[in-house]
Design a protein. Sequence first.
Length: 449
Amino acid sequence: MEQMTLFDTAPAAMTGGRNEAVPLASRLRPQELKDFIGQEHLLGEGKMLRQLIEKDTLSSMIFWGPPGVGKTTLAGIIAGRTKADFINFSAVTSGIKEIREVMQQAELSRRMGGRTVLFVDEIHRFNKAQQDAFLPFVEKGSILLIGATTENPSFEINAALLSRCRVFVLKALEEADIVRLLQNALQNPAGFAGQKIEILEEQLKAIAVFANGDARMALNTLEMAVLNGEITKQGSIVVTAEGLSQCINRKSLLYDKAGEEHYNIISALHKSMRNSDPDAAVYWMCRMLEGGENPLYIARRLIRFASEDVGMADSQALVVATAAYQACHFLGMPECDVHLTHAVTYLAMAPKSNALYAACEDCKKEIRTGIAEPVPLQLRNAPTQLMADLHYGEGYQYAHDKQEKLTDMECLPESMRGRRFYYPTEQGAEAAVKKRLEEIRVWKHLDTQ
């Protein structure tokens, strides 16, 4: 637990004004709003968050965004500007005991007319009991809470606590913002201004693309590229194409298998297939695999999709999806990626019908809201004489005895006579199913609408 500062660093040998024991990203962390890059929708002239910081009129808030977009940096800027006591708190290293100690300190300060701003990094890591410990002090105004999280606050922050905080969404930095950041690193005395670095503009852009909106990753990559550069006789450091390629040979994709991005991307896959877009569907499927997703999870979702969104329009879709699951089970990664691509493409291009899904949902609603009717007597078995005496099975008509393989026997409870759940579409093979069902209903003298 620290007070009044976020960024204390251990003493180290200084070279040209740089503390070389500290990573580049930390050395270049902005201390003023004017030096902050990105988040113009929040920090541009006249924007609300900028005004709150400049006027020191803070309220409890949550900074939500992906890694490396400035959440902790903003907290540091607030720490340098606010007249309130500023306490930095980590959800990784702190528990209920530490929370209570801080709350007691904040409450004492409030009674003496002071204010306390409490910054909680990775607030989503606190459990419900730990988050609840903040609630009464936020309500009383003992503390102004600023939480930082990479996870969707709607899922990770208690509703009561979230309702008392304003959520500010920080976005991944644009490529141009990252390039500006890298150029500043080359010119800043805390960066590489004291050295002659030879790096091409397209190499800076390559790092920016690789960083995927993450400023910290971009600066760390630049630092690694410079450290591995070739030193010329003149003392320059040349970042070579080969050296840079080793630094950016594999992108760390934003994909949390247990978090919101997991659900965002599986939703994107599902909706791309539903929209018959095989290119987008394969892209989102590969994003999941590259992010480390279990291929069996994807295959299970494809099996669901085969009946929910294709259904009777192409019953072969369920066979293909199930076969893809089996292939993934037999082979695993990386070989099974092509089987998933096969299934995803098939499902995307198949005719679509949600008639089965609609029938299932409508039927479940009927069951949940209606009366649990008894099974009609004609549909009951009568394995004992007692059951036969009670008329079990009486009136049953065996369809195979009929030339048409049809009877006019009612199979629903009497109160539900004629109730429909399944309405086939004209898509794919379901058109033939629709025609057959209409013929059956005409034969039975039922309304065909």
